[in-house]
Design a protein around this ligand. Structure first.
Ligand code: KG4
Ligand code: ZN
Length: 335
């Protein structure tokens, strides 16, 4: 089954062609980082316009790279939310127009759910259920128990800032540039992670929720109250360690409680090398057998291949939607 996948939830225009839910025939991403850099963050109107400008060319390129004609596509999968309304609208309108004009089946994809599906791509032995998924992105931090395709239990989520958002905001405080995640991890390589004692928010609590706003404020006050110049690399490393400790600690608690067969990581923050390394070590030391899926970085950050993988399983289940009924939902939740 061939799925044409479209993703425009935030600041990446992405189109992919995916075969049978795992084989990537093409996976193109047009990043808008350079456009938003000068503003120090994403400007929604600029993002929406850039999606409109890039979409058709990217669509053509992706099909040609996959050597697939539009008529051969079995279904179109598109992200309907969560995300920025204007951005989502561009992907959705494109998918609707294609579905209507070519009489193709349409599948609506939740962006967070799609991040969980990075683990299925290019994988001969995909995750077994129950699987635990951790999605750490710019807007979300969610621990999800996947009982089967489409059958999820949200174990916990962030109560305020997402992990990626905290990376971005702390990078801004440290004047390290945009996007913050890669900037912090680069600075952290040269820093001492034990130099500053920062909080591990909610780690000791008996739940699976997260909170990163206080950690960000702790960094702010450290900078404000310091009488000497703070070593940015040390602070970046200490901050990164606090986030990683929290994410790994909470996830291990969930693994112990729910005993999943697999654990899969997704979302932009999963590109963080320290986080990946710490998860490899932690899972290796567990007494129970949990297979860890740590997808390549380009499948963790926003892309359309994950939308195609998720779309395949929904299409197989005949979860189609009429183009007339498909709406953007900027605050869509995983169900
Ligand atoms: O999943 P994603 O590409 O977009 C959203 O759905 O939000 O995630 C973007 C987030 C940004 O906050 C970015 O700073 C963060 O992922 N990120 C990282 C790294 N690379 C990207 N955070 C930490 N370390 C990284 N290496
Ligand atoms: Zn994302």
């Amino acid at each position: 089954m061939l799925i044409l996948a479209i993703e425009t939830s935030c600041d990446e225009t992405a189109v992919a062609v995916i075969k049978d839910g795992k084989e990537i025939l093409s996976n193109l991403v047009a990043s808008q980082i350079d456009l938003h850099k000068e503003f120090g963050g994403i400007v929604p109107e600029v993002a929406a316009r850039a999606h409109t400008e890039k979409m058709i060319l990217l669509l053509k390129k992706s099909l040609s790279k996959a050597e697939v004609d539009l008529r051969e596509i079995d279904a179109i999968a598109v992200t309907f939310g969560p995300g920025l309304v204007g951005s989502l609208l561009v992907g959705l309108s494109t998918a609707k127009a294609l579905a209507y004009s070519l009489d193709k089946k349409l599948v609506a994809i939740n962006h967070i759910e799609a991040h969980l599906y990075a683990a299925w791509l290019e994988e001969n032995s995909p995750p077994k259920f129950p699987a635990l998924g951790l999605v750490v992105s710019g807007g979300h931090t969610e621990l999800v128990l996947m009982k089967d395709h489409g059958k999820y239990k949200l174990l916990g989520a962030t109560l305020d800032d997402a992990a990626g958002e905290a990376f971005d905001k702390v990078a801004k405080l440290l004047d390290l540039g945009y996007p913050g995640g890669p900037a912090i991890s680069k600075a952290a390589e040269k820093g001492n992670p034990d130099r500053f004692d920062l909080p591990r928010p909610m780690l000791k609590q008996d739940n699976f929720d997260f909170s990163f706003a206080g950690l960000k404020t702790a960094v702010l006050y450290l900078i404000k109250n310091s009488k000497v110049d703070i070593n940015k690399n040390d602070l970046a490393a200490s901050f990164q360690k606090a986030v990683v400790d929290t994410l790994v600690g909470k996830t291990l608690k969930a693994i112990k409680k729910y005993q999943p067969k697999s654990f899969n990581l997704g979302g932009g923050v999963a590109a963080n090398l320290e986080l990946r390394k710490r998860f490899v070590e932690a899972i290796h030391e567990l007494p129970c057998a949990v297979k860890f899926y740590c997808p390549p970085v380009e499948l963790c950050t926003d892309n359309a291949a994950i939308v195609g993988a998720n779309g395949y399983f929904k299409a197989k289940n005949k979860e189609f939607i009429n183009w007339r009924d498909l709406r953007v939902d900027p605050v869509a939740e995983i169900k």
